[in-house]
Design a protein around this ligand. Structure first.
Ligand SMILES: Cc1cc2nc3c(=O)[nH]c(=O)nc-3n(C[C@H](O)[C@H](O)[C@H](O)COP(=O)(O)O)c2cc1C
Length: 382
């Protein structure tokens, strides 16, 4: 492992390494949120406002972080969130993260807006794989993805419901960042200042979004960066269409992007195996409720009929403990791992997961929890 990576002791330090390596426009596309970035900041801030009440004098010489997610074993109570276009940060990032997840023993979610194809990830990574198909207007194309995911043995579909249209990502507008990105007089200096990133891109060309090839005559290239697939989203996608997908997918079914108790109740009743309390990492509706604050009402509404996962702002093992104490079965991690892979490829993604595992283990010990099952509501101060 490169010395800088080895020295990185926190997700914040991996973020700093990614920032140093990437052109600003690319870093901002990964790091940023919508509009004033209120929800982006509030996700992590909500964890920091909660206080822990540790149990003392328990024997924590042996601590087990293993759990079950969606009915199957996971070495940690976390999975990788779907992230599109991350191959711009590191060529082959999707496979790199999927491999790191498999090595860490946690599920990986492939986005339909990733660069690597459904089949490529299944072939190269191993481990538990989930697939997130965006609900595009081209429904036949979407059904094709679902069939491919079934044929490639993905165990779960993740349907993201908080993106009827793309969010308003102002950092991207300010940076004149489009997908595919174009070199213009306005952003030339930015790209020129990061030759380690720019030269290989110039020589080998930009990666193509493999799963988008063939979409409406496209080449896998899309035009708006604010939301890569935003311009093709089916804004009319609703409950009936969701039910049809559920009926045609015999395996595990996850809906991501839920904040309201009423929606959660209805999703549990229609047979979802899990919900992800998510505001898309603050990239969609700015001002949306922080996920840690929205979690308790969703957990109460679901009444154990579906697993409740949470994402948004998880940057520390402590945050995982807090989410579990508030009733989640596990968390999804997005940028936390993205910073690692963008800093240093697969070793960077592995380092991110190692940091989270070490922090989780230490926090469990400090809280007097020997197993994930012992992380309960009593750990959180009222
Ligand atoms: C660069 C980037 C790309 C993303 N692409 C997708 C995507 O294709 N599909 C999706 O459902 N969510 C996508 N998300 C949202 C994540 O799945 C997740 O909800 C969010 O990142 C969680 O917040 P965190 O980054 O603070 O962990 C993306 C997030 C980032 C940072």
């Amino acid at each position: 492992m490169a010395p800088a990576l080895h020295r990185a002791q926190s997700i914040a330090q991996l973020r700093a390494l990614a920032r140093r390596r990437l052109p600003r426009a690319v870093f901002d596309f990964f790091d940023g949120g919508a509009e004033e970035e209120i929800s982006l900041g509030a996700n992590t801030a909500a964890f920091e406002q909660a206080r822990l009440l540790p149990r003392v004098l328990t024997d924590v010489s042996q601590v087990d972080t293993a759990t079950r997610l969606l009915g199957a074993p996971s070495a940690l109570p976390l999975a990788i969130a779907p992230m599109g276009a991350i191959g711009l940060g590191w060529r082959g990032a999707d496979v790199a993260v999927a491999r790191a997840a498999a090595a860490a023993g946690v599920p990986y979610t492939l986005s339909s807006a990733a660069h690597s194809t459904i089949e490529e990830v299944a072939r190269s990574a191993g481990g538990r794989l989930w697939f997130q198909p965006y609900m595009l207007r081209q429904t036949e194309f979407v059904h094709g993805w679902v069939e491919r995911a079934r044929a490639a043995d993905y165990e779960a579909l993740v349907i993201t419901v908080d993106l009827p249209v793309g969010g308003n990502r102002e950092r991207d507008r300010r940076n004149h960042f489009t997908l595919p990105f174009r070199l213009t007089p306005r952003n030339f200096l930015d790209f020129a200042s990061r030759p380690g990133w720019s030269l290989p891109m110039l020589l080998r060309g930009q990666p193509v979004m493999g799963n988008m090839v063939g979409l409406a005559g496209g080449s896998g290239k899309t035009t708006s960066a604010g939301s890569t697939v935003g311009s093709n989203m089916d804004a009319s996608f609703g409950w009936d269409a969701l039910q049809r997908i559920r009926d045609h997918w015999p395996r595990k079914f996850i809906v991501k992007g839920v904040l309201r108790a009423g929606d959660a109740q209805r999703l549990a009743a229609m047979g979802c195996d899990a919900l992800v309390v998510s505001n898309h990492g603050g990239r969609q509706l700015d001002g949306a409720m922080p996920t840690f604050d929205a979690l308790p009402a969703v957990v109460a509404a679901v009444q154990g009929r579906a697993e409740v996962l949470l994402d948004g702002g998880v940057r520390r093992g402590r945050h995982v403990v807090q989410a579990l104490a508030a009733g989640a079965s596990g968390v999804l991690v997005g940028r936390g791992v993205l910073y690692g892979v963008a800093a240093a490829g697969e070793p960077g993604a592995r380092r991110a997961l190692e940091i989270l595992r070490e922090e989780l283990t230490r926090t469990m010990r400090l809280c007097g929890c020997r197993s994930v099952g012992e992380i309960d509501r009593a750990l959180l101060a009222a």
